[in-house]
Design a protein around this ligand. Structure first.
Ligand code: MN
Length: 202
């Protein structure tokens, strides 16, 4: 069974003005589609065919660059679309808010740490909020299409929020101003979805 490009869970202009429709269209229909096609090509005829993406990523050090880059790209973008939404923004609540306060001191401190991870990741990569092996929340960043599920990640765990800081994610609207894109991202975070992922991961 080949991996399939997931549909966006909202329309391409749903995240305007924070993330523009043209960026969403190219990002999903071209970039994410490309990772999906190339992942399928990379695993075709190998024993990775039919495996869950999470299981492939957990042993990524044993596979080639094609599986690492495109497997990461396939997984990361699927998560990215889901953790954003047209009714996003605001603050986390409930158990997730408690865990954020416990790990970072406050929501504002978490925001600062996450934004710093996103803006200081050199070149292409991702910023993450993840549940570590210790059951606690951590912020990290990874290069390229790596993610915390990979055995090669510096900070390992289950990602529950991710921000794509590749230039293709923001250049049309924000050009070189990555910090503005990172600030705008907080207006579209779907905290209900992040809370769901937290509850499943902890
Ligand atoms: Mn991307």
């Amino acid at each position: 069974m080949a991996f399939e490009l997931p549909e966006l869970p909202y329309s391409k202009d749903a995240l305007e003005p924070h993330i523009d429709a043209q960026t969403m269209e190219i990002h999903h229909d071209k970039h994410h589609a490309g990772y999906t096609t190339k992942l399928n090509a990379a695993i075709e005829g190998t024993d990775l065919e039919g495996k869950k993406i999470e299981d492939i990523l957990a042993n990524i050090s044993q596979h080639g660059a094609g599986v690492r880059n495109n497997g990461g790209g396939f997984y990361n973008h699927a998560l990215f679309w889901e953790v954003m939404g047209p009714n996003g923004g605001g603050n986390p609540s409930g158990e997730l808010a408690d865990a954020i306060n416990a790990a970072f001191g406050s929501y504002e401190s978490f925001k600062e740490e996450f934004a710093k991870a996103a803006t200081t990741q050199f070149g292409s990569g991702w910023a993450w909020l993840l549940v570590g092996a210790d059951g606690k929340l951590h912020v990290s960043s990874t290069p390229n299409q790596d993610n915390p599920l990979m055995d090669v990640a510096e900070v390992k765990g289950t990602p529950i929020l991710g921000l794509d800081v590749w230039e293709h994610a923001y250049y049309l609207k924000y050009q070189n101003k990555r910090p503005d894109y990172v600030s705008a991202f907080f207006n579209v975070i779907n905290w209900d979805e992040v809370a769901k992922r937290y509850a499943a991961a902890k």
